[in-house]
Design a protein around this ligand. Structure first.
Ligand SMILES: [Zn+2]
Length: 478
């Protein structure tokens, strides 16, 4: 028998033993969840057999590909008690599909395939067991599924350990690659993928995203991105427990923080922290004093994914472009986006405290505080101070002092673009019951607000993206 035929024989035999062990465990009184995990982890570890025994890539994917088809059939007919799950959960099928894809695509770099499969086999199993037993801080993901912070953090920690072990003992990633930060980045990315995956699709996204990190991240950026992802995760979770971010906002913090912390050096990290900490602190400090005014804005004290990306997305994209091209102007663009986000946030948080009524930026007509597109002396002062604050923090971290006037200009320009769009094209609504203008689709009184002016698709988040992009452009050409 040739090597590959023997390997096929061993593969089917091993998987058969795993499934039998799961069925026996179930009949022996173990919970269905635990029985499924025995199969899940056992089969996952076969990746080392697949990579070690097969000589041809084409035959190496045959067992997992046939398993994908078989699992689909088993799922449809509900043949195996141990692997049975909710009717629309195709987790076992996605498991086999991801396994096959990783073996096929990363055949020349075994550590990539093994790391991806281990993230799913070990990380996902630990997350599910810890989440069920110790999950206290629950959060809702898409389609109304619930996960727990404890489960997600357990997935992060166990994936880190599993991937680090793979990178230490298996060849196939660049030899000069720093292993610890790469495993950390892999773990954070897998954690986000698991939180987003529903109906068993986390079995597809966790291994593929972990494999993609191992495959794609260049060794020059591994330290930055790994440490950046770790810091972003820590800050995000801390902000969630303190009420500054919603669970989806934690994902936003990771998506923004990883490239900015990881690719834009101390200046980027300082500017992002300056923005995030000062705006969160202002929201908290003035929440009580502004009652009745701030509720008219779509933005509130607790920020979600959309708001995090609207404020930090442009800066994150600029940081990625900086990392890819090495062009220093993208560092300026990133700072411009962050000062604009901060200027606008400070203006919103502090401007509404102004004693004299604000005026609409287009007609200069006096309007009630909280009106979209309104500007006031106090607001302009606050946006200038907000831009100067983040610019100053960036200078302390090493940016040239001569940048400050440009950054203040970028910040105030971004803030004015925000007001201009707010007064013209932004979706602004009217609550008939309260006779008040609002940015919310459902007013705080609970009634639906009807469209007053602007485009219904152009909400506050889109306006923030345009405003921060304006700040980035001004700074880019500085
Ligand atoms: Zn109302």
């Amino acid at each position: 028998m040739s090597q590959d035929i023997q390997a096929l024989f061993w593969s089917y035999g091993y998987v058969g033993v795993c499934v039998a062990a799961g069925e026996l465990a179930l009949r022996g009184g173990l919970s269905r969840e635990l029985a499924r995990k025995i199969i899940h982890v056992g089969v996952g570890f076969w990746i080392f057999g697949t990579l070690g025994l097969f000589e041809s890539r084409g035959l190496a994917v045959v067992p997992s590909a046939t398993a994908a088809v078989a699992n689909w059939y088993i799922h449809r007919k509900r043949l195996l008690k141990a692997v049975e799950a909710e009717p629309d959960n195709l987790g076992t099928v996605w498991f086999a599909v991801a396994y096959s894809l990783l073996v096929w695509l990363a055949w020349d770099r075994p550590a990539v395939a093994a790391g991806g499969v281990m993230a799913m086999a070990v990380g996902d199993a630990v997350a599910s067991l810890v989440g069920r037993r110790f999950g206290r801080h629950r959060y809702e993901t898409f389609h109304g599924e619930h996960k727990s912070l404890e489960g997600s953090l357990a997935l992060c920690a166990s994936t880190f350990v599993a991937v680090l072990a793979v990178l230490t003992w298996m060849p196939g990633v660049a030899p000069d690659m720093p292993r610890v930060p790469l495993a950390l980045l892999c773990a954070v990315v897998a954690t986000c993928a698991e939180a987003l995956g529903t109906k068993g699709r986390d079995n597809l996204w966790v291994p593929l995203s972990a494999g993609a990190v191992l495959y794609l991240v260049p060794s020059a950026h591994a330290w930055g991105l790994g440490v950046g992802a770790g810091i972003a995760l820590a800050i995000g979770v801390l902000s969630w427990t303190r009420g500054s971010l919603s669970p989806s906002g934690v994902l936003g913090a990771i998506l923004v923080g990883t490239p900015v912390f990881g690719l834009a050096g101390a200046v980027g990290a300082a500017a992002l922290l300056g923005f995030f900490i000062s705006s969160s602190a202002l929201s908290k400090t003035f929440r009580a004093r502004k009652a009745g005014v701030e509720e008219e804005y779509a933005k509130t004290g607790t920020r979600d994914l959309g708001q995090a990306l609207a404020n930090g997305g442009v800066a994150a994209v600029a940081a990625v472009l900086l990392g890819v091209t090495g062009d220093a102007r993208y560092s300026l663009a990133m700072l411009g986006a962050l000062v604009a986000a901060n200027a606008d946030t400070w203006a919103t948080e502090l401007g509404v405290l102004s004693r004299s009524p604000p005026r609409l930026v287009t007609t200069l007509r006096q309007v009630p505080p909280g009106t979209s597109g309104a500007v006031s002396g106090a607001g302009l002062l606050a946006s200038t101070a907000g831009a100067a604050f983040v610019g100053g923090v960036a200078v302390l971290a090493g940016a040239p002092v001569a940048l400050i006037p440009w950054l203040v200009l970028a910040g105030v320009a971004g803030s004015l673009v925000d007001s201009l769009l707010g007064a013209t094209v932004q979706d602004v609504r009217w609550c008939d019951a309260c006779a008040r203008e609002t940015e919310r689709r459902v007013h705080r009184c609970g009634r639906a607000a009807r469209p007053l002016r602007g485009f219904s698709w152009l909400g506050n988040d889109t306006v923030n993206v345009v405003a921060t992009a304006a700040g980035a452009l001004v700074a880019f050409w500085a």
